[in-house]
Design a protein around this ligand. Structure first.
Ligand code: G6P
Length: 612
């Protein structure tokens, strides 16, 4: 997997494909390649290991010209990063080229069969099998039929693009479980991509392909059909993202740009959703299911990565406000357990920035099968989670480009607070408590702004701590999952080992690790458990661990215990993670930069994990 771009039109396909790949670079990748169809009925395939600039350099030496083609950035799943394993992959005759995201689970079985039929494989990828499988089917039938027949044999997931020399002005795309969109251009130009971000420099009119749908782009336009070759009519949706939102501007990295967008992000997540007088939240996306939500007696939240940690905090918010049991579960675990759902009295919430994470979708489908009401807390409009849930709330964080989630996480927490308020007011949360919550929520953007003013101070702090090999992050209650998020950010972008722990658990293991070379980052803002966190900080200090604390503005007593302090504006306990996360993001970002790393493209990570 990683990024796919396709183009048919009148311009030089190579330029458009390369530009599209660059816009997808943020998703993480280890090699890149493209196939362009020239006029002489030949495919020109060029690949390079590493950054797309290497591919670009290679293309200056070996130009590929044509008006249709496909391109790919690869994030290795089967086979090491190498030119042979980079996409596009070809059939034996070299007449067909294919790029693919997803996993062909039955590739070994298919490969054995195809090898027995004389096909020769040159890569260690699961993808290559698709090229040969289509070639095999095409011996007996027209190309389009062959493509559909081959895809019907696939067990697993695909978002793919194919070109073949016999149809030099045609690009095919197909999807099952891995995103693929069509960009509707003008003057006979059309595009394919795994992410609309690759296309919005050209068009904002996007068609989202559904599972087991195929699309043909050619001089006659765009035609979508099912694997049974039944035509499917699809209307384009307009993406609201602006080009500016997907460009870095004056910021050195997307990650820091997105961290600094958070006052606006929180404002946008709240916009039009707070009724301060009634102490209520107005969530239009839940209107149709409101009565079912009112009857819900329990909730399950499921997600991956940072979205899961937002869910774990959201679960506490809802329990506190609505007084119903809520469990938060890692999607890759939930989907393969035997989760007990109560179809009539339960609702399920999938949380996802991209809306395309394979495990989150797996858990969502499991819940759907059990007849549970499903909701989505999603950033990307039109994504699979958004489409497949019964209802939901968009977080409106705008495009998140940096691999490590920052602004989407904050927006998810903000939406959870609104949801907790909504479910609470449907139940026992009083008008006065709702009003206080609304007031406090409305004051958050300005407090986030105040936190961001400490950017330079946090940069110096991160520099000071940049040589330690390990960190322990601790916090309690709402800030226990947040300690995990702080540690996750540091791991992701700076490759420094970090663990997040519920502070009370420190004495049950991790304290054994502490000494003067193992700093502790404690979330110790004023709340009902601050005294307990203080004791934990003292325990760490007694082991000579360097201590960084997040302390509420003016809390000198807490600051005195620490080697370094980051001041956080005061808010309620429930909303505190929305503020506390900001300095932790900045700390991770600056620590990565201090270590000479590019935080936007952490090694081995991908923005949207569309494979299990
Ligand atoms: C990847 C990203 C994380 C993200 C997680 C879940 O691991 O690198 O930043 O939190 O996927 O992604 P989702 O799009 O479902 O929120």
């Amino acid at each position: 997997m990683c990024g796919i771009v396709g183009y048919v039109g009148r311009k030089n396909a190579t330029d458009i494909l390369l530009e599209g790949l660059k816009r997808l670079e943020y998703r993480g990748y280890d090699s890149a390649g493209l196939a362009v169809m020239g006029t002489e009925a030949k495919l020109k395939v060029v690949k390079a290991v590493g950054k797309t600039v290497f591919l670009e350099e290679k293309l200056t030496r070996e130009p590929a010209t044509g008006q249709a083609g496909i391109a790919h950035t690869r994030w290795a799943t089967h086979g090491v990063p190498s030119e042979a394993n980079a996409h596009p992959h070809l059939d034996c005759a070299g007449r067909l080229a294919l790029v693919h995201n997803g996993i062909v689970e039955n590739h070994e079985e298919l490969k054995r069969r195809l090898e027995a039929l004389g096909h020769r494989f040159v890569s260690a990828t699961d993808t290559e099998v698709l090229a040969h499988l289509i070639e095999e089917h095409a011996r007996h039938r027209p190309f389009e039929e062959a493509l559909c027949a081959a895809l019907k044999e696939v067990v697993g997931t695909f978002g793919l693009a194919v070109v073949m020399v016999d149809q030099p002005r045609t690009v095919y795309g197909a999807r099952r479980g891995s995103p693929l969109v069509v960009g509707v251009g003008r003057d006979g130009e059309n595009y394919l991509a795994s992410d609309p971000a690759a296309l919005i420099a050209h068009t904002r009119d996007i068609i989202y392909l559904g599972d087991d749908e195929v699309v043909r782009l050619d001089d006659n336009g765009i035609e979508t059909f099912s694997l049974d070759r039944v035509r499917v009519t699809k209307a384009p949706e307009t993406v609201s993202w602006s080009l500016q939102e997907i460009e870095r501007g004056h910021h050195p990295h997307f990650m820091v740009k997105e961290i600094h967008e958070q006052p606006t992000v929180v404002r946008n997540a709240l916009a039009g959703r707070l009724d301060a007088r009634q102490g209520m939240s107005v969530l239009g996306g839940l209107k149709d299911v409101d009565e079912r939500l009112r009857r819900a007696e329990r909730l399950t939240i499921s997600a991956c990565g940072s979205a899961y940690l937002a869910g774990a905090i959201g679960a506490m918010m809802i329990e506190e406000c609505a007084e119903i049991p809520v469990r938060a579960e890692i999607a890759s675990e939930l989907r393969y357990r035997k989760p007990i759902f109560d179809a009539n009295r339960e609702a399920f919430i999938a949380v996802s920035q991209s809306g395309e994470t394979a495990d989150t979708l797996g858990a969502l489908r499991e819940a759907k099968n059990k007849g549970v009401l499903t909701l989505g807390i999603v950033n990307v409009v039109g994504s699979a989670v958004a489409r497949e849930t019964d209802a939901g709330v968009f977080v409106h964080a705008g495009p998140e480009i940096a691999v490590a989630s920052t602004k989407a996480f904050t927006a998810q927490l903000t939406v959870f607070a609104l949801l907790a308020m909504h479910l609470g007011r449907q139940r026992r949360l009083s008008l006065a408590a709702g009003q206080r919550l609304a007031e406090e929520l409305a004051s958050l953007p300005e407090k986030v702004e105040r936190l961001l003013e400490q950017d330079e101070a946090i940069r110096l702090l991160a520099k000071k701590y940049s040589r330690y090999p390990s960190f322990l992050y601790i916090g309690r209650k709402y800030n226990a999952p947040l300690a995990n998020e702080g540690a996750l950010k540091l791991k992701e972008v700076s490759y420094v080992h970090a663990e997040g722990y519920a502070a009370g658990e420190m004495k049950h293991g991790p304290i054994a690790l502490l000494d003067d070379g193992f700093p502790v980052f404690a979330i110790a803002t004023k709340d009902s458990l601050q005294e307990k966190v203080k004791s934990n900080v003292q325990e760490a200090k007694a082991r000579r661990a360097p201590i960084v604390v997040l302390a509420s503005e003016g809390d000198e007593a807490m600051a005195q215990l620490a080697d370094d302090v980051i001041w956080v504006p005061r808010t309620t306990e429930m909303l505190s993670p929305i503020l506390n996360v900001i300095p932790m993001q900045l700390f991770a970002y600056h620590l990565a930069v201090a270590r000479g790393l590019d935080p936007d493209k952490p090694r081995n990570l991908a923005k949207a994990v569309t494979v299990e």
